[in-house]
Design a protein around this ligand. Structure first.
Ligand SMILES: C[S@@+](CC[C@H](N)C(=O)[O-])C[C@H]1O[C@@H](n2cnc3c(N)ncnc32)[C@H](O)[C@@H]1O
Length: 295
């Protein structure tokens, strides 16, 4: 649908609705298309029909509305109040005072996902806050870094190197900019590419924490590689999941030997915190062999 509407649009955004309309729906998406000129609804309907014919989608409803003239900068500032999540205080640059004892994450709304308002980001930050009090960390990884909000949070929490990767070049650029804006550019190494296959990401592991706020499909696809690149005792923060998807992802990671330590649900979005055992069966056997007295 995005592809057929693109020639008419100044901007298109697609959002997955938090809850399917009925139990038989796989996913419901909302597409918002900003057009510089008044569109002809019949033309749009014809274009959408073509997309549906090609890809067996179904369009439930369409609304055409005029966008009133507004001061967008002021509007964004007023609609992005700072957010407190555990030790984190996520705020735009229109706010400069960070409450004492909090870790300020300065993130302005931009082209990449991750202002901190969405339930998946909030769940991920809540999970990092939980880990902050107990995890021993040497290096961390943020897969699907978007704005870089989680990478910045990890850098400010542990002061250890963070690798951040996004498949979208614009997002990788925003992560670099936000790392600079937050004074942690020296700790965050940003790459553009596909998860653990991106240049240097695999080599930099294993990681004490891997945060991945993506979607069920990529989280399942990368599960073996992700588990392999976690240090013994390391934790994953998996987000971007509706409850039934979270169940399938939990089962997948459990099959790989990771134990679910915690589950967070915010606004219908689930974040999972699975942990790799400190010693795998193989490494335990190995150490008992090497500890045997020689001779
Ligand atoms: C929901 S956003 C998360 C942004 C941010 N980490 C947060 O928690 O708010 C998901 C991001 O994952 C990226 N992404 C999707 N598939 C990816 C992949 N295979 N490898 C790397 N990044 C991916 C998208 O481009 C998008 O920026």
């Amino acid at each position: 649908m995005e592809a057929v509407l693109e020639p008419l649009a100044a901007a298109i955004s697609a959002f997955q609705a938090a809850r399917p309309v009925s139990a038989t729906d796989d996913a419901v998406w909302r597409l918002e298309v900003l057009m510089p000129r008044k569109p002809d609804p019949r033309r749009i309907a014809a274009l959408l029909e073509k997309a549906i014919e090609d890809r067996s989608l179904s369009a439930r409803s369409m609304q055409v509305r005029r966008v009133p003239k507004v001061d967008w900068v002021a509007r964004v500032a007023s609609r992005t109040p700072p957010l407190r999540l555990g030790r984190y205080f996520v705020h735009g640059s229109h706010i400069s005072a960070v409450p004492p004892g909090s870790l300020g994450l300065k993130i302005d709304a931009g082209a990449a996902f991750g202002t901190g308002l969405h339930g998946t980001t909030r769940g991920s930050l809540a999970a990092l806050d939980r880990l902050a009090s107990r995890a021993t960390v040497s290096r961390t990884l943020d897969i699907g870094c978007g704005s870089g909000v989680l990478a910045v949070a990890m850098a400010k929490t542990w002061h250890r190197p963070v690798w951040a990767v996004d498949i979208d070049r614009v997002a990788a650029g925003e992560t670099r900019a936000n790392a600079r804006a937050n004074g942690v550019a020296h700790l965050i190494h940003t790459r553009c590419g596909d998860a653990l296959c991106a240049p240097g990401i695999s080599r930099a592991g294993p990681y004490s924490i891997i945060a991945a706020n993506i979607l069920e499909g990529p989280l399942r696809k990368m599960s073996s590689a992700l588990a392999r690149h976690l240090s013994p005792g390391g934790s994953a923060v998996l987000s971007g999941l509706l409850p039934d998807q979270a169940e399938r992802v939990r089962a997948r990671y459990r099959a790989l030997g990771l134990r679910l330590r915690h589950r967070i649900e915010i606004d219908g979005w689930v974040t999972l915190l699975p942990q790799k055992p400190s010693y795998s069966a193989a490494s335990t056997q190995q150490s008992s062999v090497s500890n045997r007295p020689s001779g």
